[in-house]
Design a protein around this ligand. Structure first.
Ligand SMILES: C[S@@+](CC[C@H](N)C(=O)[O-])C[C@H]1O[C@@H](n2cnc3c(N)ncnc32)[C@H](O)[C@@H]1O
Ligand code: SF4
Ligand code: SF4
Length: 393
C-alpha cells in the first residue's frame, strides 16, 4: 500500500513510488511480492501463511526460480520483494537475489531476521539490497510468545543494529490486532530509536493461523486514533519516519480529509491516487506464491489468476488489470472515494468469497461509529485531478 508520507509530502520513498507508478502506466507489473518458500523457522500464531517447516509440494524448482527472475527483468519489473515463509531458508536465496540485481531490480527482503548476523548483513549490502523489512510485535516476552521461539526478539534487534551499521535500510513491520495494540505506539518509537526508515502497520488478515479471528481486529475508532497520531508525526518537522498501512486503504482518504481540514494541499496526492489507488489490487501489483501461482495480493494465497508455469508475466498483468475495471459492491460502490481507495479487495475475498464485495473494515464508514465525510471539500480539491479511466478531462 501507499507510503503515506511520500504520498502526501515529498517523503523518502517518493523515488521508489515513482518507479512503480511509471511501470504501471507503461502496462507493466509495478512491483512483485514473491513468497519464494513457505518454509519458516518460526511459528507466529497470527501467520496468514500458516508457515511451518514444510515447503509446498509443487514449489518452483531452482531452475524455475531463476528463469522467472529473468522474465521479470524482461517484463521491466522495477521492484521485487522476496518474502516467505522465511526467504533466507530457501537454498538458492542468494542465486535469486544475485539474478534479480543483475536484472536491475530494486530488491527488498521481507524476513524475520533470525538468520541475519554481521556477515549476512555485509553480504546483503554487497548484493545491493537497500532495504530489509523485519517484524517486531511488542516487548521481549510478548514477541517471543507470539512467534513461538524464545530469544527471537533479541536476535531481531541485533540484526537491525548490524544492518544499520552496514548502511542497509530497515523497515519494521507489525500486524495490528487486539494482542499487539497495547504495544503499537511503543513500536513506532522503537522504530525511530533503531534508526528504521519506515514502519509498516498491517491490519489483521484473517487467513492461515488467523482464520476466523475477525474479532481480534482493533476497532475503527482505534485505527482512526492511530491515523491521527501518524498525521501529527508527519507534520512534526523533527520526525522523518515513513509510514505504510497494510490492508486498510480507507486510512488514506481519512488522512486526506484531515490534511484538507488543516489547509494542506493534497491535490498532488489525489492525482496520484486516481491512477494508483490505495488498495493496489489490479494496479500492476502482483504477488507470486511458492508454487508459481499468480495472485492479485499476497494476503490471499488461494486467490490466483494463473501460474507462471503456463502464463507469461505480461499475460498475467493484463489479467490483473481487468480487476480494476470491476466496480466494488456494498458501501464501496457508491462511495465518493471508490476510485482512489477501492477498499481492501482481499478482505472482501476472505469475507464473502467475492473480491469485489464490500470492505467492512472501512474506518470512514464503520458501522455504528461513522466518521463525517466531507464530500464538498474533497470534490473541490480533486476537481483538477485527471480521471483514472482517461478521456474525461
Ligand atoms: C508472512 S511474513 C514473511 C516474512 C517473514 N517471515 C516475517 O515474518 O517477517 C510477512 C509479514 O506478514 C505479517 N503477517 C503474518 N500474518 C499476518 C496476519 N494474519 N495479518 C497481518 N499481518 C500478518 C508478519 O507479521 C510479517 O511482518
Ligand atoms: S509471520 Fe513470518 S516468521 Fe512468522 S511464521 Fe509466518 S512466515 Fe514465519
Ligand atoms: S467505503 Fe470502501 S472505498 Fe469508500 S473509503 Fe471505505 S473502504 Fe474505501
Amino acid at each position: 500500500m501507499a507510503h503515506v508520507r511520500s504520498l502526501f509530502f515529498e517523503g523518502p520513498l517518493a523515488g521508489v513510488e515513482n518507479k512503480a507508478l511509471t511501470a504501471y502506466q507503461l502496462g507493466r507489473p509495478s512491483e512483485i511480492i514473491w513468497n519464494i518458500t513457505d518454509r519458516c523457522n518460526l511459528r507466529c500464531d497470527h501467520c496468514y501463511m500458516a508457515a511451518d517447516g514444510h515447503a509446498r509440494e509443487e514449489q518452483l524448482s531452482d531452475d524455475e526460480t531463476i528463469a522467472l527472475v529473468h522474465q521479470m527483468g524482461e517484463a521491466g519489473v522495477p521492484i521485487l520483494f522476496l518474502t516467505g515463509g522465511e526467504p533466507l531458508l530457501r537454498a538458492n536465496f542468494w542465486d535469486i537475489l544475485t539474478e534479480a540485481r543483475e536484472q536491475d531490480m530494486n530488491v527488498t527482503i521481507s524476513t524475520n531476521a533470525t538468520m541475519i548476523d554481521a556477515e549476512v548483513a555485509r553480504r546483503l549490502k554487497s548484493h545491493g539490497v537497500d532495504y530489509i523489512a523485519t517484524s517486531l510485535y511488542g516487548p521481549d516476552d510478548f514477541h517471543d510468545a507470539m512467534v513461538g521461539v524464545p530469544g527471537t526478539r533479541a536476535r531481531v534487534v541485533e540484526a537491525i543494529r548490524v544492518l544499520r551499521a552496514e548502511g542497509v535500510g530497515v523497515a519494521i513491520k507489525s500486524a495490528v490486532s487486539r494482542d499487539t495494540w497495547p504495544h503499537v505506539y511503543d513500536l513506532i518509537q522503537e522504530a525511530k530509536d533503531l534508526d528504521a526508515g519506515l514502519i509498516y502497520l498491517c491490519d489483521l488478515i484473517t487467513s492461515g493461523r488467523s482464520e476466523g479471528e475477525e474479532g481480534e481486529r482493533v476497532t475503527s475508532a482505534e485505527w482512526r486514533e492511530l491515523a491521527d497520531f501518524i498525521l501529527e508525526d508527519m507534520l512534526d518537522p523533527d520526525s522523518r519516519l515513513e509510514y505504510d498501512i497494510g490492508a486498510l486503504p480507507s486510512v488514506i482518504p481519512y488522512l486526506a480529509e484531515k490534511l484538507l481540514e488543516r489547509g494542506h494541499d493534497v491535490s498532488r496526492a489525489l492525482e496520484r491516487l486516481t491512477i494508483m489507488s490505495a488498495c493496489p489490487v489490479g494496479k500492476g501489483h502482483m504477488s507470486i506464491n511458492s508454487e508459481g501461482g499468480i495472485m492479485p495480493c499476497q494476503f490471499a494465497q488461494d486467490w490466483t489468476v494463473g501460474n507462471v508455469r503456463d502464463m507469461t508475466l505480461d499475460e498475467a498483468v493484463r489479467e490483473l488489470f481487468e480487476l480494476d475495471a470491476l466496480e466494488p459492491s456494498g458501501q464501496c460502490g457508491p462511495c465518493e472515494y471508490s476510485r482512489i481507495c477501492r477498499g481492501c479487495r482481499t478482505k472482501a475475498f476472505h469475507e464473502f468469497g467475492d473480491p469485489m464485495g464490500e470492505d467492512t473494515t472501512c474506518i470512514l464508514h464503520a458501522e455504528g461509529d461513522r466518521a463525517p465525510l466531507k464530500k464538498a471539500v474533497f470534490a473541490a480539491a480533486s476537481a483538477g485531478a485527471p480521471c483514472a479511466m482517461g478521456g474525461c478531462t
